[in-house]
Every structure is written in structure tokens, then in C-alpha cells.
Ligand binder design. Structure first.
Ligand SMILES: [Zn+2]
Length: 66
């Protein structure tokens, strides 16, 4: 029994096989990945803003009308 597949990674964007030391296969995928991460970060930030606004409304409605 031999190891059929040597250790390798897959590009996170296009799933191509790449060396273990890499996470992305090309400059193009790196740029795509960075764009995706930026979007993700923006979504997380937007979520936090919504939570804080929601808690603020809860807090102030209790404070004003409770
Ligand atoms: Zn790729």
C-alpha cells in the first residue's frame, strides 16, 4: 500500500491542488480572496452596529418608558 496522494492543499478560491505551504494558487485568487475578506469584515461590522443600535433602543426605551 502506497500513499496515492502526496500531502497537498487546495486553493481556497478555485479548489486547485497546490503545495502545502500555499493557501491560494495565483495572484488572481489572492485578489479575489482579499476582496471576499473585505466584504466579510464589512458584514461583521454591520452586524455589530445593528446589535449595538438594537441594544441602545432597548436600553433607552426601558429608560424612557419603563
Ligand atoms: Zn485558485
Amino acid at each position: 500500500m502506497a500513499n496515492a496522494v502526496p500531502p497537498h492543499n487546495h486553493c481556497m478560491m478555485c479548489m486547485k491542488s497546490i503545495p502545502v505551504s500555499e493557501t491560494l494558487c495565483s495572484e488572481e485568487c489572492k485578489q479575489k480572496y482579499q476582496k471576499m475578506m473585505k466584504k466579510k469584515r464589512y458584514l461583521v461590522l454591520a452586524m455589530w452596529v445593528m446589535i449595538i443600535v438594537f441594544l441602545g433602543i432597548l436600553f433607552f426605551s426601558d429608560y424612557l418608558f419603563g
